[in-house]
Design a protein around this ligand. Structure first.
Ligand SMILES: [Fe+2]
Ligand SMILES: [Fe+2]
Length: 357
């Protein structure tokens, strides 16, 4: 004879409840047995019953899109099916008996009257479910965010194979952007526009600035000497192309990050004096993130070797930024860089190109 109260007291759902509560539960339980391979619960079906395994074992699996994948195998003392029962939702996994399995089942009617009769049980279940759900949400959202960020960077890195600029350039420029944004956030004129979300978004969006270059032909992209007018005009199109690529993403996922990426792609070659491209915007009409990106991009380009130019020294790069302040660059942002140039040099050294170490 199985001691059901003892079995229940070892399950996560019912452990810690008073014997009186556990005895009350036993009144609602019904024994049931399953032959090997019997599907006890099917993913997607409405779940109105939960089970406590007394003997035997079951396999828990889920449809991954490419087929069923076994997630777990559980045996005596384990509870399954309770999530759908409690949340009144469909099953989130399929459970199949691996061998002959004896269970106790509790249906939704019994479960509801138990909750009505025993506030301690109701409270305990509410706590367990909250803990499980928040753990699940936390884990899932962290994994999704990590995957999302890695994918964005991988996408940006696609330009690496088609561009003289390297992955290290992308790492450096995104870090320069963060340094500039943090510095500007201390300035009254910018602090309302720059918060944590802005800084995080520019860190993610900056590597996409030249994504439009994937559509520029090799003969232009890799030309070692100066481009003729037509070629230069075509090269300039990488700004509009990149923005159009981001707009397509925005249609499917209108997150702030991709809106910012679209602005960075389109306007990172605009100049403060209005002589840039593609729109000839001037001053504050240029989106802030693009003004920041312009500084980060040019500072790094000055320090880097290209097919058509040598790398400048740190002092020459600083002089280049200083002379461009107020013409090429937003003078406030240029000032923020020059005042903190040591931090930018540090980032440059931290993410050096492999061939100039
Ligand atoms: Fe560019
Ligand atoms: Fe760049």
């Amino acid at each position: 004879m199985i001691d059901i109260v003892a079995v229940l007291s070892k399950t996560e759902l019912f452990s810690g409840l008073a014997d009186e509560s556990l005895r009350l539960i036993t009144d609602y339980l019904e024994p049931v047995s399953f032959e090997p391979d019997f599907v006890v619960c099917r993913e997607g079906d409405v779940g109105r019953v939960m089970y406590i395994i007394i003997s035997g074992a079951v396999a828990v699996s889920s449809d991954m899109g490419w087929g069923q994948r076994e997630l777990d195998r559980v045996g005596p003392g384990a509870v399954f099916g309770e999530m759908a029962l409690i949340s009144n939702d469909v099953r989130n996994a399929t459970v199949r008996a691996i061998e002959r399995t004896e269970c106790l089942q509790l249906d939704s009617v019994g479960f509801d009257s138990l909750l009505d009769r025993d506030p301690a049980l109701a409270q305990r279940i509410a706590k367990i479910m909250t803990r499980r759900f928040s753990g699940l949400v936390h884990k899932t959202s962290r994994e999704l965010i990590e995957a999302y960020r890695a994918l964005i960077f991988a996408l940006a890195n696609m330009t690496e194979s088609r561009d003289p600029e390297t992955g290290a350039h992308l790492e450096r420029t995104r870090n320069y952007c963060v340094l500039l944004a943090e510095e500007l956030a201390k300035n009254d004129a910018y602090k309302s526009a720059i918060n944590h979300q802005f800084i995080d978004a520019i860190y993610q969006a900056a590597p996409l600035h030249d994504i439009g270059k994937v559509a520029i032909s090799d003969s232009i992209l890799f030309k070692p000497t100066g481009l003729v007018t037509d070629e230069y005009d075509r090269m300039k199109e990488h700004t509009r192309i990149g923005a159009a690529m981001m707009e397509k993403v925005i249609k499917r996922s209108g997150t702030d990050l991709f809106r910012m990426a679209a602005r960075v792609c389109r306007s990172h070659h605009e100049r403060w004096d209005g002589k840039g491209y593609p729109d000839g915007l001037a001053g504050d009409a240029i989106p802030l993130e693009a003004r920041i990106m312009a500084l980060a991009d040019v500072y790094d380009a000055l320090l880097s070797k290209r097919a058509y130019k040598k790398a400048l020294s740190m002092q020459e790069a600083i002089d280049g930024i200083r002379s461009g302040a107020g013409t090429q660059f937003d003078p406030t942002i240029a000032d923020a860089m020059l005042k903190n140039i040591g931090k930018f040099e540090e980032v440059y050294r931290r993410f050096r190109d492999e061939d100039d170490v």
